[in-house]
Design a protein around this ligand. Sequence first.
Ligand SMILES: [Zn+2]
Length: 188
Amino acid sequence: MDSRIVFPGDFLTTAEEFVAGKNTYEDVSGRIYAATVGSAQFDLGKREVSVEKDGREIELLEVGAIIEGVVIMLKPQAAIIEIYAAEKDGRKLNIQQSIGAVPISLVSRGYVTTMDTKFRIGDLIRAKVEVITAYSVDSSTADAELGVIRAYCTKCRDVLGLFDSQLKCINCGNVEQRKFSTLYTLKY
Ligand SMILES: [Zn+2]
């Protein structure tokens, strides 16, 4: 086994090379990333990549923290996200609970009728933690710098670019709607 220290969101490998194991996640394009701080383990026998937590002392997720996550499920009343990174005042935080939600009431300032005009499965989003309970981490994307930071075309799965205030597929030209962030990663 080969191993190295990785951080949440670090690219590990692709699904063509390895299966995504413990503490990793795969995006729609088959790229596998670390979901926690730890050492990446590449099991060449099982062709599986996982991340072992290294047990170091880091601060816990808290209200007001800014998180990044992947939308893994859309429900009528919420987007379910897998959180892969969190920070508060520039400090990286530990993620003790990696699944969270953006309830429909916290998506944007205006009234939202359907979640799929705001988020799609596979989108990367930036959000602010509002409520932490034993069962959930609820976050908001209402502020301008919050929302989708990277999105993929629902037709061809290539990445969407931000052209002025419109998200358009850089491959097929499909125009899509999202609640996107001013920090969207691919601007033209
Ligand atoms: Zn496309």
